[in-house]
Design a protein around this ligand. Structure first.
Ligand SMILES: NC(=O)c1ccc[n+]([C@@H]2O[C@H](COP(=O)([O-])OP(=O)(O)OC[C@H]3O[C@@H](n4cnc5c(N)ncnc54)[C@H](OP(=O)(O)O)[C@@H]3O)[C@@H](O)[C@H]2O)c1
Length: 324
């Protein structure tokens, strides 16, 4: 069934790059579906810590892309398939899906509807609500790519996860446990420590206060096999110092201030890079038992500016916009 070509939707968009004041609630046409896309009726949109960078034009500059204004913000979310492009296989109208819309000239998830390339969308794992899946796509793919593709984490290995109570980190802790690794989680705040203990990490410390190097040496006396760094600075430096000879560390691009210098260990950066195979693996791991995707706070679509301001505060997991 095709959507009405004159149909409009509520959205939060910008007419030019800039500060939070550029974000406006608008009525915009529902985007049209190409052959390889699905139209999604959005239930929940993730509010990523990188969304302000998108709003300021940082990604457009970095990737040398022209923006189509008004530009609807938001790079991930979840909802229900409303319409399917002619070449799309494996998704149908009515399916619950989550997905990534990064730098899509047709706009992102801060809207009642969005179109997503079918390769960047997947069915929501059975046990997750559509709401929770709204904050899963970018952080879930980033967590899995970090553990699996960048670090090539193996069963029985020890891994330190820095920023374990954050968006990528809390998912990475659970995925690493599913991959049968031993996890030393470095969380933020006492609430973060309690939260990550509940997620099944083998040992949890507080990363602003506790001695990371000491805790890591107790956890893995011969040195850690791996570290996933979702934050930089001194804590990341200590995590790298705690690696064994031949150990490896990975951080998603966007993490600032990661020191590269240490002989005998590999420190690499990487990107989320979604594709159907990665989504399938993510879903399989999530479906392997209870899994928590944590939304700290929800905002209405019209409160998107407030949600982006809240990115500056301390919270666990992720922030989200809900359409109703
Ligand atoms: N390149 C890509 O494809 C890609 C994709 C996704 C994410 N990223 C990047 O990856 C990074 C993480 O993303 P995210 O969504 O997970 O962000 P996030 O939710 O802000 O996670 C970072 C976490 O690290 C915590 N933290 C900072 N210093 C700490 C310390 N010393 N000890 C313990 N915890 C500490 C923060 O908590 P407090 O703020 O409370 O300290 C926060 O919870 C961001 O830089 C993002 O831009 C890149």
């Amino acid at each position: 069934m095709k959507n009405n070509p004159n149909q409009t939707m509520r959205a939060v968009a910008i007419d030019e790059f800039g500060g939070i004041e550029k974000m406006k609630s608008r009525k915009l046409p529902v985007p049209k579906v190409a052959n390889d896309e699905v139209l999604v009726r959005v239930d929940t949109a993730g509010v990523g810590v990188w969304d302000p960078f998108e709003r300021e034009g940082g990604f457009a500059k970095e990737f040398g892309m022209q923006a189509n204004f008004p530009l609807v913000l938001g790079s991930d979310g979840a909802g229900t398939v409303e319409e399917v492009g002619d070449e799309v296989q494996g998704l149908k109208r009515g399916d619950r899906v989550y997905g990534i819309n990064f730098m899509n000239p047709k706009g992102g998830f801060y809207a009642e509807y969005t179109v997503v390339n079918a390769n960047n969308a997947a069915m929501i794992p059975q046990a997750l609500s559509t709401r929770d899946a709204g904050v899963l796509a970018v952080d879930g793919v980033t967590a899995l790519n970090g553990l699996d593709k960048a670090l090539k984490l193996k069963a029985g290995e020890s891994i330190l996860i820095l920023g374990a109570s954050g968006g990528v980190g809390h998912l990475a802790v659970q995925l690493a446990k599913r991959m049968k690794a031993r996890v030393l989680a470095v969380a933020s705040g006492q609430d973060g420590v309690e939260f990550v203990k509940r997620l099944g990490a083998d040992k949890v410390i507080e990363g602003h206060r506790d001695d990371i190097l000491k805790a890591a040496r107790e956890f893995a006396p011969k040195g850690l096999d791996a570290a996933l760094l979702t934050a930089g600075g001194k804590a990341a430096e200590q995590a790298i110092a705690a690696l064994r000879e031949g150990g490896r560390a990975a951080y998603p691009n966007g993490v600032e201030d990661v020191s590269q210098a240490r002989n005998g260990v590999k420190v690499m950066s990487y990107n989320a890079e979604p594709n159907p195979k990665t989504f399938a693996k993510l879903n399989e791991l999530i479906d392997g038992g209870p899994f928590e995707v944590h939304i700290a706070r929800t905002f209405k679509l019209e409160e998107a500016a407030e949600a982006q301001r809240a990115l500056e505060s301390h919270y666990l997991g992720k922030l989200a916009l809900v359409m109703s």
